[in-house]
Design a protein around this ligand. Structure first.
Ligand SMILES: NC(=O)c1ccc[n+]([C@@H]2O[C@H](COP(=O)([O-])OP(=O)(O)OC[C@H]3O[C@@H](n4cnc5c(N)ncnc54)[C@H](O)[C@@H]3O)[C@@H](O)[C@H]2O)c1
Length: 370
């Protein structure tokens, strides 16, 4: 198969979809690898390393996409890239369609097959291609929040860790999945008073056993309204797979937080779980609403590309190789986890969370594949 790897163009996005080691694996199995020039630079991989691994470097992204049967990326295609894709081609990347109507419409028009990293799902309902980046973003959320609590950064001047004879700060995390657990680990490690608000009882019990010092609260509107005003740092980490995030924190609740508090809404890539959240970028990451600093960057792991590229490519490589080895249609038919990733094909939406988000028609993926 001819596989193409695009250079990311989203603001400050320095991850790359395949490492030179990954290229070697494809090439050793007889596949042809086209890598856009400079695609790996931000993650510390030179053009020469890709060439030595057996890739052919291509300068123009459009030309690369014309030739490739499978295109791999990290983030969703940005507007300039929307016209690059075509029928009988598979695009393997993060999409987060449910929060992006224009992207959804344009990918429908392209007729390409869109396999979304974030909805590939194993039998136990875990999301193996979302989890590595959620761990990065969850851990980052506490570092970032701690930074914006500093007075010089517009914050209320509370050190989350506290000091001798002075109380620690309070971190409230909504959603106890991968983001929530990673954030809780770092917050507890710092010594912050840490609360996780989670919906599933079995997950609450599991986390209680793992983290005895963690305060666990069942997610109800009353409990959220009660916990949010106590937060120096509020982290949004809920997910209903593939669907737009539920708005669990209202503007009124945000207004009850003390001025100079901080919100990091990690769930912003699915639209955000806080009413006052709107997407921001690494070059302009925060804004203030109701006296509270909001950080809502949609590609947080892009800030630590070296760590993140190793983490994400380690997870995606086996699926990408399977699509190349078997042909992507056969791989989708044979691997139920991968089939869950199919959000669109031939202009039809094959993921319920996406069709529901826009009131569009849903077609069973098996049927759409033919
Ligand atoms: N901004 C970024 O750069 C970035 C990076 C990685 C992940 N994310 C996003 O972070 C979000 C969380 O990802 P994850 O991997 O932790 O998902 P996950 O599925 O592991 O965890 C989500 C948790 O939310 C819980 N939940 C669902 N509804 C809830 C409710 N009403 N109240 C409380 N909890 C509820 C679920 O039970 C689950 O435990 C996703 O939207 C993901 O795309 C964003």
């Amino acid at each position: 198969m001819i596989v193409g790897v695009l250079k990311e163009i989203k603001d400050n996005e320095n991850r790359v979809a395949i490492t030179p080691k990954g290229v070697q694996e494809f090439v050793s199995k007889g596949h042809e690898l086209l890598v856009q020039k400079d695609a790996g630079i931000g993650s510390g991989f030179s053009n020469e390393e890709y060439e030595d691994a057996g890739a052919k470097l291509i300068d123009a992204p459009k030309e690369l996409c014309e030739k490739a049967e499978m295109v791999m990326k990290i983030k969703e295609p940005i507007k300039d890239e929307h016209t690059y894709f075509r029928k009988d081609q598979v695009l393997f990347t993060y999409f987060h369609f449910a929060s992006m109507k224009e992207l959804t419409d344009n990918m429908i028009s392209s007729n390409a097959a869109c396999v979304a990293y974030e909805t590939v799902e194993l039998e136990d309902r875990s999301l193996p291609l979302l989890a590595p980046m959620s761990e990065v973003a969850g851990k980052m959320s506490i570092h970032i929040g701690a930074h914006y609590l500093a007075k010089f950064a517009g914050g209320k001047g509370i050190l989350l860790a506290g000091v001798t004879n002075v109380n620690s700060g309070t971190v409230v995390i909504i959603g106890g999945g991968v983001v929530g657990e990673a954030a809780a680990k770092v917050a507890l490690g710092m010594g912050a008073n840490t609360t996780v608000i989670e919906l599933r009882d079995e997950r609450i019990e599991e986390m209680k056993k793992l983290y005895p010092k963690l305060n666990l609260v069942k997610s109800t509107p009353e409990n959220i309204a009660n916990e949010v005003p106590k937060a120096d740092l509020l982290v949004g980490g809920v997910l209903v797979a593939g669907a737009e995030a539920p708005k669990l924190v209202s503007r009124e609740m945000v207004a009850k937080m003390a001025p100079g508090s901080v919100i990091v809404d990690v769930a912003i890539d699915q639209g955000g779980c806080i009413e006052t959240s709107r997407p921001t970028s690494h070059s302009d990451p925060v804004y203030v609403e109701e006296g509270v600093t909001h950080y809502c960057v949609t590609n947080m792991p892009g800030a630590f590309p070296r760590t993140s590229t190793f983490a994400i490519t380690g997870a995606t490589l086996p699926y990408a190789l399977e699509m190349a080895d078997k042909g992507w249609k056969n791989a989708l038919k044979e691997n139920p986890a991968l089939l869950k990733g199919l959000n669109m094909i031939d202009g039809k939406i094959t993921y319920k969370g996406v069709s529901d988000a826009f009131g569009m028609e849903y077609v069973e993926p098996e049927k759409a594949l033919g």
